[in-house]
Design a protein around this ligand. Structure first.
Ligand SMILES: Cc1cc2nc3c(=O)[nH]c(=O)nc-3n(C[C@H](O)[C@H](O)[C@H](O)COP(=O)(O)O)c2cc1C
Length: 177
């Protein structure tokens, strides 16, 4: 039996250069549907997504992170991943799982994707999180974990080879030093 998920996961690479091709809304919706299937603590589905297609707004969002958001400014779509964090202990984990589902779903449709980290990152004046929330009108009780940049692949990265996986990180029965 082919391990289709393994094949997908080894093809998935961070794509930081985009071709400028428009990703159809239907594909973006398919990717988001997968994100909504992500497991969450207590099955509470607390993660919310702001999908931005407006290019000027995407560039503004990219500028909210002082360093390292270059790829985002060229993306076709930005998915801003956030949660209402009030009293929610595991929102980071929930948002990270949902983001990972987005990355894998994007690869399934041969769409380039990259996790652009936002939480605990500096903005121009405030935190990147706060500046993005102000731009998008997100209430103060929310926090942004990251933005997933999507776009047509403008670079060709090779799939990871099975022989290069860090198998040493797997311990069996006990932790082996
Ligand atoms: C928690 C997390 C934060 C990341 N932050 C960024 C980021 O801010 N900018 C970026 O270009 N890539 C970011 N990445 C992508 C990683 O750099 C990338 O996954 C890693 O180098 C491995 O490469 P690959 O995705 O091609 O396998 C992040 C990934 C994770 C999981």
């Amino acid at each position: 039996m082919t391990n289709e998920l393994f094949e997908l996961a080894r093809r998935r690479r961070s794509c930081r250069r985009y071709s400028g091709e428009k990703i159809p809304d239907e594909i973006v919706d398919e990717i988001l549907k997968v994100a909504l299937l992500a497991p969450s603590s207590w099955g509470g589905h607390p993660i919310e997504f702001v999908v931005v297609r407006d290019k000027d707004m995407i560039k503004k969002i990219a500028r909210c992170k002082r360093m390292g958001a270059g790829p985002l400014s060229q993306a076709d779509v930005a998915i801003v991943v956030m949660a209402n964090t009030a009293g929610l202990e595991l929102w980071i984990e929930d948002a990270a799982v949902a983001s990972t589902y987005i990355l894998l779903a994007a690869e399934q449709f041969d769409v380039g994707a990259c996790w652009i980290h936002i939480r605990n990152r500096a903005g121009q004046h405030l935190s990147a999180d706060k500046e993005i929330r102000q731009l998008l009108g997100v209430p103060d009780n929310f926090s942004v974990l990251n933005v997933v940049a999507l776009g047509g692949k403008g670079e060709n990265k090779s799939a990871r080879a099975e022989k290069d996986l860090p198998f040493k990180n797997i311990h069996r029965e006990k932790f082996n030093l």
